[in-house]
Design a protein around this ligand. Structure first.
Ligand code: AMP
Ligand code: MG
Length: 346
């Protein structure tokens, strides 16, 4: 299959028209959102949705998010509207917040992986919403990467993974947030299953108590079932070994320097993931700065692109852990998962 790339910033009308036609015919289209690129199919057509799992090599027990272009569309997808849903939608939609509630009967099992709940989001990206509106159906879409790889934040990342597997990529440039949506379950007490740009602090300010699922910052124990099936899979991992070092900036830097020297002596090619605040600790060594500790959202937006590039020149990543406040929770969640929870506390 030939994979066509259409520049959706210049040809939004033609691009989304073509994309909507492919979606209606049961095919797959990669499209930009403000979080990461999505790989979309008609969310009400089980056979079309099954093609997403095939193209990504995604385990079939990992459910997808349905994307809508209007708030009113959730009524047909959820069985009942949780009380807090209205205020959340009014405050954060369109935007990077996915809400989970009991599903209605029109949602196919392929979308929910057999669960009785369904995740829904209204994206803020114009191209994404135009595509959904023109398709006339909710679009089921996970991130447009091969399963296990970092989520794509540019059309080039999508092409690297999906070339030959899908007919169309809508190129909308680099994604604004660069990290997947916050996933909030409204079944029972509100619980963050996956942190994102809509933070725990923002949600608690609106709802009062909000829980964070254990699997956000620690690996699942054996025999434990994940609140969100996606959390049990290896994710975002480059071939390089990734080690996270958490502690005060100075102590973490000392430990990282020690590991770096040892790795080099063993003939390895380490690289340090530092922050603006700590770059002074690493003179003469290979390091990258993904942003400032004071702006964890910037660290988030640079992480996936960095993880995709690393295997070209390094076999060991030594990354500083940061505070889990605000967008730091999303950053640490993705970083720890890319490290397989290989974390040294100093
Ligand atoms: P992705 O589409 O790649 O961003 O992944 C979607 C994430 O949402 C995965 O971590 C899923 O496990 C999670 N998810 C989707 N639907 C549900 C659901 N009904 N219940 C719990 N988690 C869900
Ligand atoms: Mg994904």
């Amino acid at each position: 299959m030939r994979t066509e790339i259409v520049d959706a910033t210049r040809q939004k009308e033609a691009g989304t028209q073509l994309g909507a036609k492919i979606i209606r015919e049961g095919g797959l289209v990669a499209f930009p959102t403000e979080t990461v690129y999505g790989l979309g199919a008609n969310g009400l057509n089980g056979e079309a949705v099954a093609r997403i799992f095939e193209a990504k090599g995604r385990p079939s027990d990992n459910p997808l998010i349905l994307h809508v272009s209007k708030k009113s569309e959730v009524r047909q997808l959820w069985d009942t509207l949780p009380e807090s849903a209205n205020i959340l939608m009014d405050t954060f939609w369109p935007g990077p917040l996915t809400l989970i509630a009991r599903k209605s009967s029109i949602v196919p099992d392929e979308v929910t992986a057999g669960l009785d709940t369904v995740a829904v989001r209204m994206p803020a990206n114009d191209t994404a919403r135009a595509l959904i509106r023109k398709a006339g159906v909710p679009i089921a879409a996970p991130s447009a990467n091969l399963s296990g790889k970092p989520s794509p934040t540019t059309a080039a990342h999508v092409f690297d993974d999906m070339n030959g597997r899908i007919p169309l990529i809508l190129d909308g440039g680099a994604c604004r947030y660069g990290v997947e949506s916050t996933v909030l379950s409204l079944v029972g007490k509100p619980t963050i299953l996956r942190p994102g740009a809509i933070t725990l602090e923002m949600l608690s300010a609106l709802l009062g108590e909000v829980r964070v699922a254990d699997a956000v910052l620690s690996p699942l124990k054996e025999n434990e079932t994940a609140a969100s099936p996606g959390m049990k899979y290896k994710h975002y991992a480059p071939d390089a070994e990734v080690i996270v070092v958490t502690g005060t900036p100075r102590k973490a830097a000392e430990k990282i320097n020690e590991l770096y020297v040892r790795a080099e002596a063993e003939g390895r090619h380490p690289e340090i993931v530092a922050t603006e605040q700590t770059k002074g600790f690493y003179g003469g060594k290979n390091y990258v700065i993904l942003g400032s500790r004071e702006k964890p959202a910037t660290l988030c937006s640079n992480l996936f692109s960095y993880l995709r590039s690393i295997d070209r020149y390094s076999d060991l990543v030594l990354a500083e852990g940061i505070s889990t406040k605000d967008a730091g929770l999303a950053y640490m969640n993705r970083l720890l998962r890319s490290a397989g929870f290989n974390n040294i506390e100093v």
